[in-house]
Design a protein around this ligand. Structure first.
Ligand code: ADP
Ligand code: MG
Length: 700
């Protein structure tokens, strides 16, 4: 197959045609012959992977069954209709499959007597083993393939695809004919040394085997090769970005001087931990090198990232540069502003605050100060990176909770004026595999040590009926002069009800605790009011702060020792952990109480159990990644996670490491891919990854 042929429109492939091509492009982005070859099966069937219906057991992991449709019916329910199907197993046994959604479509998809394969989690209802919304394929006369010991590929489908007859079966035929008629003269794109070093299957063999594997072993090799290739091009991009960065000039800071020293030695009432010192040293070294710094400062909530950032900002000031500190929300920006004010005051400095919604005259004065260099330290939200904001000589930009910023915002920050040094902070410990992909171009400093004297937070899971007990406990803590947070979930879809929940929760608490002061903070209240409530909480005038997740990040009230989370089953795991990080900020014992109803999904159970099991942010985030999958971990689009067709970052860590190793070795040897033996690779990289890659590159 020539390059030209690979780029040909898929509609001209035998068995496709215009109508199918349109649907294929819409549903799965298949436009060219190359796309078609990379339209991988979503699953395979063979005798070794099919579970006999008669031997089913409840299992959280999905299983595959094959059988004959015995009967189907649309059952009128209380609120909604459902579609039920009884499957007769080939070797006996029966099971039920149920759909609550797409009832009319699935009804059309099956007929009695059809031979079908289902794939899904098995649950037991009464005497029935059952799957809800299983993935399915109609096999009919193809079921025989299984009996001949073949491995049958099943392709991604859906309603639109099946409407134009693009079933697994017809896709298989189209591909089969394509391979047969055009043979496989694909060029090997990866250089020999790479294929050898990493023991890879040849590209053309892998492409054929992924569709028509002769054995499970061959399939495994094919998958490994294709995953490697997919990950390799991403890593190649990162390797190149990294190399380019090494060539970008940044302001050369001088040796840390008076303000840096005063801040660390006199202003801070404590000594930096070893991990903080090490991180600060790394930052100082970077900013003195003359090359732009791109460093990620990673540390669990409460590990003390902010003070490291402030020291770095003082270093910028000592070197004659301005610095900016960007927070994800206005509330946080304001809190950082107050903290910074306290830190800087003893040195006779004042930070500037820039957020949205400041009066025009005030805003203009601030902008003028930034531009004319009278503002050594600016704190703000993304308002800091709007077009009209100009700095006189920005030397360092700190981005707090960087994963909360949209991709575009972070990118804009990079473009601001001459290249300032970038210090990106995150409290989300990123599993190594994700870090390699998301931040593969950044240097990383880890604060892996908590300030001394901290006691691990004790976490308890409590059901509604024990609320009385929980309140008694809360009263004890309050009577000791300690403070508490009570947090309610807030999601867009049910925002009004959620707010009501929080409001009535606050009222109830005030009734239950008449001799203590209850405050309420949430995003719908005017921001100065919320800010005032926070201030009063900080000052100890409010004992119980009821809030929605506005307090998720950044709030620092060491005297608060209880974090009570209502409807804990509705929060994500990382979010729960972040919330828990609001307590345990002093040497007092702190507590996290998760209030959860009994109606919990499997995932919710896993999340709550993880919280009770561990305080370790790293373990939490690994678990979170496993529960949610990589795409969802940060939200694909926001994080700029590349769209992967076959590799899975959570599972394919070893392949990822190999791919990374290969890409970095390559760039080291041949930075611009000019060597003859890298010609095919270069073309492939430029052709199909350049566009995709650029989008990814913008993410950083
Ligand atoms: P992070 O931003 O990483 O969540 P912060 O910088 O807000 O953490 O620090 C959390 C709390 O710990 C703050 O009250 C801070 O003053 C305090 N802190 C930071 N470093 C130390 C240290 N080395 N020793 C004692 N307390 C510290
Ligand atoms: Mg912080």
């Amino acid at each position: 197959m020539s390059e030209e042929f690979l780029n040909q429109d898929v509609r001209y492939v035998k068995g496709v045609g215009e109508k199918r091509a349109d649907v294929w492009a819409d549903a799965h982005g298949v436009r060219t012959v190359r796309d078609l070859l990379h339209f991988y099966p979503r699953r395979y069937l063979d005798r070794t992977t099919v579970t006999p219906v008669g031997r089913l057991q409840e299992s959280p992991d999905p299983v595959t069954v094959v059988g004959t449709v015995q009967s189907t019916s649309v059952v009128p329910g209380k609120n909604q209709k459902r579609f039920e199907l009884i499957l007769q197993g080939e070797q006996g046994g029966r099971m039920k499959c149920t759909w609550f959604q797409g009832v009319w479509w699935v009804r059309k998809a099956f007929e009695e007597g059809d031979q079908v394969a289902f794939h899904g989690k098995v649950e037991k209802y009464g005497r029935w083993f059952s799957m809800t919304h299983p993935d399915f394929d109609t096999l009919n006369d193809e079921g025989a393939l299984l009996d001949t010991g073949r491995i049958v590929p099943l392709y991604p489908g859906g309603e639109a695809m099946s409407n134009v007859g693009l079933t697994s079966r017809s896709v298989r035929r189209i591909l089969y004919t394509l391979f047969k008629e055009h043979g496989l003269k694909l060029k090997e794109t990866l250089p020999d040394w790479m294929v050898e070093t990493y023991d890879l299957m040849e590209g053309r063999v892998a492409l054929r085997a992924i569709h028509f594997p002769k054995s499970q072993a061959e399939l495994a090799d094919a998958k490994r090769r294709l995953k490697f290739e997919e990950l390799f091009y991403i890593q190649l991009l990162l390797a190149q970005m990294r190399q380019e960065q090494e060539e970008v000039a940044g302001p050369a800071f001088e040796d840390p001087d008076e303000h840096t020293r005063t801040f660390v030695r006199e202003v801070l009432p404590f000594e930096l931990t070893g991990a903080q010192k090490r991180s600060l040293r790394q930052v100082i070294e970077d900013t003195q090198s003359g090359v732009q710094m791109n460093r990620l400062l990673q540390g669990d909530v409460g590990s003390g990232k902010t003070v490291v950032a402030v020291a770095a900002m003082m270093h910028a000031y000592d070197s004659g540069y301005q610095s900016a500190f960007m927070a994800p929300t206005e509330l946080l920006a304001e809190q950082h502003y107050q903290n910074l004010t306290e830190y800087l005051r003893p040195m006779g400095l004042m930070p500037h605050l820039l957020v949205g919604g400041q009066p025009k005259s005030e805003r203009e004065a601030i902008l003028k100060d930034l531009k004319e260099g009278r503002a050594p330290v600016a704190v703000g939200t993304h308002a800091l990176i709007q077009d009209e904001v100009e700095f006189n000589n920005l030397g360092l930009a700190v981005v707090d909770e960087q994963h909360r910023f949209g991709v575009a915002q972070r990118a804009e920050m990079f473009e601001k004026g001459t290249q300032p040094h970038m210090l990106l902070m995150t409290a989300t410990p990123i599993p190594r595999s994700l870090a390699m992909t998301l931040y593969g171009d950044l240097d990383v400093s880890k604060i892996d040590e908590m300030p001394p004297g901290r006691k691990p937070v004790e976490t308890r899971l409590r059901a509604e009926k024990r609320r009385g007990e929980v309140y008694a406990f809360l009263r004890d803590r309050l009577e000791q002069g300690e403070q508490a947070y009570v947090v309610y979930p807030l999601v867009e879809e049910s925002e009004k009800m959620d707010l009501k929940d929080a409001e009535s929760g606050a009222e109830d608490l005030q009734e239950q605790f008449p001799d203590f002061t209850v405050g309420l903070a949430h995003g719908q209240l005017p921001s100065d009011q919320t800010e005032q409530t926070m201030q009063r909480f900080k000052a100890g005038e409010i004992d119980i702060l009821v809030a929605t997740t506005v307090i998720e990040v950044g709030v620092d009230v060491p005297n608060a020792t209880v974090m009570m989370i209502e409807h804990a089953e509705r929060f994500g795991l990382s979010q729960l952990h972040q919330l828990r990080g609001r307590v345990g900020r002093s040497d007092q014992q702190s507590y996290c109480i998760l209030m959860a109803g009994y109606k919990r999904s499997q995932e919710a159970k896993q999340r709550l159990q993880a919280m009770v099991r561990t305080n370790d942010g790293f373990e939490i985030s690994e678990t979170d990644l496993q529960i949610r999958g990589a795409g969802d971990f940060f939200g694909t689009r926001q994080s700029g996670m590349p769209d992967l067709k076959i590799a899975d970052i959570t599972e394919d860590t070893e392949i990822l490491e190999d791919a990374r190793d290969a890409a970095f070795t390559l760039v080291e040897q041949d930075p611009h891919l000019r060597a003859d033996e890298h010609e095919h690779l270069r073309h492939r990289y430029e052709d199909s990854y350049a566009e995709h890659g650029l989008g990814f590159a913008r993410v950083g």
